[in-house]
Design a protein around this ligand. Structure first.
Ligand SMILES: *[C@@H]1O[C@H](CO)[C@@H](O)[C@H](O)[C@H]1NC(C)=O
Ligand SMILES: *[C@@H]1O[C@H](CO)[C@@H](O)[C@H](O)[C@H]1NC(C)=O
Length: 359
């Protein structure tokens, strides 16, 4: 038997622990560990798997640290600090041990140093993103560390901000930005194949571009494609959710791109889909994105989705859930080299979840 603990955050006051048994394809709820309010985004320390961070996505937002053990038992919060603003929807530790937290509602955030993996140095200043015009609002949605910089997609500003060090050991400052299509609402980004892939919430599009040179270069978008599945019911409204590009492995050599279609309007009876794309013709004039598949999940407003750890042979599995409805938490298996997904396990004990971590 191989079993994995999966932690799940959501809009509630606990972090759930599930046990996924790969031999029996069963997913069971083990415990609900009390947390602060709305731990909508959870993430592991990059090198210390016994440390977890969570946001408190409320108007006076918070950032929390927890100890976890190999069985997925989550301690009570070791420390809780202010995120510096309204509704942090994302927090993630950098390779430096600092933890980035960004406030969707107030257009700002912090990159917080730690004095141990679970203890924050609360002196980090607030980084506030300029608004692009009198009608726009900044909505930073995530932080991606890349090559000594931190990229922050701003859904309200249709921009990706670049943060760089103020000095070698210093804090962080906005050192540049590169524009995204007007009205697209960039939500989450990934870097793979030396390219930047952006998932846009408002236009439900996926784009690919080369990584603009630091500190403040630009690059053109090679292609922008719709991720929305065909034949949707009248009244369907799409708001793209998550993008994952698992690192290639022997079993899954092609880095397919998995994006979730979050339908916030009239539901398709098949539920929301995960669209699978392939990055094609890199380095040629026809570089772009090719739709491989639309896999319907039965999930309502699919949001969080996370692949299992490749270093422990679990990269074939994807856990996912929605933020509405009652579909619960589902585990899929990649088939056909990653070109398809097949449901292998389901747990209905908690109706909605928004973010996952494989322990
Ligand atoms: C991981 O972090 C915890 C909590 O700070 C600490 O007790 C533990 O020693 C760390 N483990 C490693 C391998 O650094
Ligand atoms: C980046 O370049 C743009 C375009 O030249 C400029 O408007 C902007 O102020 C620059 N940003 C920073 C932080 O220097």
């Amino acid at each position: 038997m191989v079993a994995f603990s999966i932690l799940a955050g959501g809009y509630d006051v606990f972090i759930a622990t599930y046990l996924f048994n790969t031999a029996t394809s069963s997913l069971s709820l083990v415990a609900k560990h009390p947390s602060g309010p709305n731990p909508s985004w959870i993430s592991l320390h990059p090198t210390n798997r016994s440390v977890l961070y969570a946001t408190n996505e409320i108007s006076s937002g918070g950032l929390q640290s927890f100890n976890i053990d190999a069985e997925g038992v989550v301690s009570s919060a070791v420390q809780t600090i202010s995120s510096g603003g309204d509704s942090p929807a994302f927090a993630s530790a950098l390779s430096t041990g600092e933890v980035a937290v960004f406030n969707y509602g107030s257009g700002n955030g912090r990159i917080v140093r730690t004095t141990s993996p679970t203890t924050f140095d609360d002196s980090a200043p607030l980084i506030t993103f300029p608004v692009q015009s009198s009608t726009s609002v900044s909505h930073p949605h995530m932080a991606l560390e890349y090559n000594g910089e931190v990229f922050v997609p701003d859904l309200g500003g249709d921009t990706i901000w670049r943060l760089g060090r103020t000095s070698y050991t210093g804090g962080w400052k906005i050192q540049g930005s590169f524009p995204q299509p007007k009205g697209s609402g960039p939500r989450h980004i990934r870097v793979s194949n030396n390219r930047l892939f952006a998932l846009h919430e408002l236009s439900s599009t996926l784009t690919v571009q080369s990584i603009p040179p630091a500190p403040n270069g630009t690059s053109t978008i090679f292609q922008s494609v719709s991720i929305v599945p065909p034949d949707q019911p009248q009244g369907a409204i799409f708001a793209a959710g998550e993008i994952q590009i698992p690192t290639p492995t022997k079993r899954f050599p092609v880095p397919y791109i998995y994006v979730s279609n979050r339908n916030v309007g009239v539901q398709d009876p098949r539920g929301d889909s995960i669209a699978i794309f392939e990055h094609v013709n890199q380095g040629t004039r026809s570089e772009g994105l090719k739709l491989v598949n639309q896999v319907f999940t039965g999930i309502d407003q699919i949001r969080g989705m996370e692949f299992g750890p490749a270093d422990r042979g679990a990269e074939e599995f994807l856990v996912a859930a929605g933020v509405a409805g009652t579909a619960g938490t589902l585990v899929f298996k990649r088939t056909d080299g990653g070109r398809n997904l097949e449901l292998v396990a389901k747990n209905l004990d908690i109706a909605t979840r928004t973010s996952f971590v494989w322990v």
